[in-house]
Design a protein around this ligand. Structure first.
Ligand code: FAD
Length: 324
């Protein structure tokens, strides 16, 4: 199989594109939207296996991706950096998962932390916390970096094309890779896909905030400092609504400002995306189109598309090699 068509130009499609083009396949990406307009463009996008299943597959993919991203972090122009992620719980101790221990995750007495001091002054009393240093992808740079890598390796990107079904892909492509995210619901009639709607507010850089702060228990709250701004979140509800909800923005700003004990910042932008959560787990498998061509499905990464991207791509490569 020599000519490859990838459907989707979010993080999954672009990562697959870069790898296939660099390994000598004649590869084209077809997508309705690219980069910033996709769900991937709305992501925070910090490495963390969140809201994706099943764990026995997700964790190995996440760890494989972790190591690729660590190697990209020192490379100029990638948009990848390493950041300390501090996770807090309002309700109880945080159990550090086994997979996080080799990555250096540790519990830290919350009283020792600057954010705890700030939060306490804001009336907060966290009960548990842990810290881990992880890759952070600045989506405003990283998605372009992937697209440029793909094009530099000879790939082409065709945008503004929406397929009703995969068989519409030009017959000159003998392999199709389906990276359509939540779009796979219509494209391959997958009723297992559930839109986990997320909204974020982009605010100016926050003084002295150099680590990412996450509170997973409700209400979901995170503040992720990037090179030029800071991402405040968030929401996670089952909904198809891509419009910005002003009430959610207010709630996000209130909660983040309270935890960080700062005045409410201006909002530079608001973003909404539909995390492609798949109830039966990420779909990464080989199948046949009705016209006999091979298709590899690679979608349903939920809230962890960045976190799983390189590991899933290597699994796609293995499935292709087995079919050759
Ligand atoms: C608010 C928010 C915060 C998040 N934070 C993180 C995070 O910190 N870390 C993390 O790892 N993940 C995070 N995620 C999840 C992550 O964004 C997704 O898992 C990831 O973007 C999925 O990428 P994808 O490439 O599979 O799909 P998408 O980015 O949705 O791309 C799908 C592509 O397929 C195309 N397409 C779909 N249907 C068709 C069709 N019929 N014909 C042609 N093209 C089609 C689309 O146009 C698009 O190009 C977050 C998500 C949200 C919403």
């Amino acid at each position: 199989m020599d000519r490859v068509a990838i459907i989707g130009a979010g993080v999954s499609g672009l990562t697959c594109g870069a790898v296939f083009a660099e390994r000598g396949y004649r590869t084209a990406i077809f997508a309705k939207e690219t980069g910033q307009q996709t769900t991937s463009g709305a992501a925070a996008a910090v490495w963390f296996p969140y809201d994706a299943a099943p764990p026995e597959k997700v964790i190995p993919w996440a760890l494989e991706t972790f190591h690729v991203l660590v190697d990209l972090a020192p490379v100029p122009g990638t948009g990848v950096s390493m950041i300390e992620l501090r996770q807090f719980s309002r309700t109880g101790e945080i159990q550090i998962p086994d997979w996080a221990i080799p990555l250096g995750a540790s519990s830290v007495a919350t009283g020792l932390w600057p954010v705890q001091d700030r939060a306490q002054r804001g009336g907060y009393n966290f009960k548990g916390s842990c810290a881990i240093t992880v890759p952070l992808m600045d989506t405003t740079i990283y998605l372009d970096y992937l697209a440029n890598r793909f094009v530099a390796a000879g790939g082409s990107i065709v945008t503004n094309v929406r397929f009703e079904k995969l068989e519409e892909v030009d017959r000159k492509f003998d392999l199709v890779i389906n990276c359509a995210g939540i779009g796979a619901r219509d494209l391959v009639q997958d009723v297992n896909l559930e839109p986990h709607r997320g909204q974020v507010a982009i605010v100016p850089k926050i003084d002295n905030l150099s680590c990412a702060i996450v509170c997973d228990d409700p209400p979901l709250m995170y503040a992720i400092p990037r090179a030029n701004d800071c991402v405040f979140g968030g929401t996670n509800e089952i909904s198809d609504d891509l419009s910005v909800d002003p009430k959610s923005t207010t709630r996000i700003l209130d909660e983040c400002s309270r935890v960080l004990n700062i005045d409410k910042p201006n909002v530079l932008a608001e973003r909404v995306g539909l995390r492609p959560f798949r109830k039966s787990g990420v779909r990464l498998e080989r199948d046949r189109l009705r016209d006999g061509r091979t298709v590899i499905h690679n979608y349903g990464h939920g809230g962890a598309g960045f976190t799983l991207s390189w590991g899933c791509t290597e699994s796609v490569v293995r499935l292709v090699r087995q079919a050759e």
